[in-house]
Design a binder for this molecule. Structure first.
Ligand code: SAM
Length: 213
């Protein structure tokens, strides 16, 4: 993804530390205290500009949401939405997903969302895909028993790779759709990428993968 540098992003993030949490490692095992309740916590890895997660936060006030995004110049747009909506059940972390276990304790997270993750099409980059087995092990570490990954993409190659990766890891696949927008799935909230790709006529693939132990 091409990322446009925004020199003001770091200041805006620092000014809104009630939503964009600095030094998140200090809250490992204590995210319920941060939200002030014991509601389930769902994270989105690669939140981008935040349309999906802010939509989910509005739709489901009894679930807490945390968006994980690598680039400050991207997450700042998500933060703007959270600030405008004054969402009490959403936080943002400007961190790399490879370090998730530094920020979340075992059994602390109830669900992981992966939406339109970077496909990394070259075979030599397959380890970077967010559905590679090392990432599945990382999610398993922080998820509750029976926790789930909900995955959407427009990229057929990444979808096929991910289905194999989930299956080989022993995850149970549910509600597999090869054309989400022409399926009976209800309550879909579109991401920015989903809007862009579906406007071009591309199909959207979706699956839920559940850890079995
Ligand atoms: N989910 C959004 C959507 O559907 O509109 C954004 C999709 S964009 C293709 C992928 C996003 O994942 C980018 O914003 C990228 O910076 C972020 N990302 C990729 N690898 C990441 C990582 N290891 N940790 C955190 N964010 C990551």
């Amino acid at each position: 993804m091409r990322v446009r540098h925004k020199p003001w992003a770091s200041d805006f993030i620092a000014e809104h530390s009630q939503y964009a949490i600095a030094n998140p490692e200090q809250y490992k095992g204590k995210w319920n205290e941060v939200f002030g309740n014991n509601n389930p916590i769902h994270i989105e890895v690669g939140t981008g500009k935040g349309q999906f997660l802010t939509g989910m936060s509005v739709q489901n006030p009894d679930i807490n949401y945390i968006g994980i995004e690598l680039f400050d110049s991207v997450i700042v747009t998500a933060l703007q939405k959270v600030v405008d909506l004054e969402l009490p059940n959403m936080k943002l972390l400007n961190v790399n997903a490879k370090d998730l276990a530094e920020y979340f304790d075992e059994n602390e997270i109830d669900r992981v969302y992966l939406n339109f993750s970077d496909p990394w099409p070259k075979p030599r980059h397959s380890k970077r895909r967010l559905t590679f087995k090392s990432f599945l092990a990382l999610y398993e570490k922080i998820l509750v028993k029976g926790g789930e990954i909900h995955f959407k993409t427009d990229n057929q190659g990444l979808f096929e790779f991910s289905l194999i990766s989930f299956s080989e890891y022993g995850l149970q696949l549910k509600f597999l759709s090869l054309d989400l927008h022409n399926s009976d799935f209800e309550g879909n909230i579109m991401t920015e990428y989903e809007e862009k790709f579906s406007e071009k006529g591309q199909r959207i693939y979706r699956v839920e993968a559940k850890y079995m132990n």
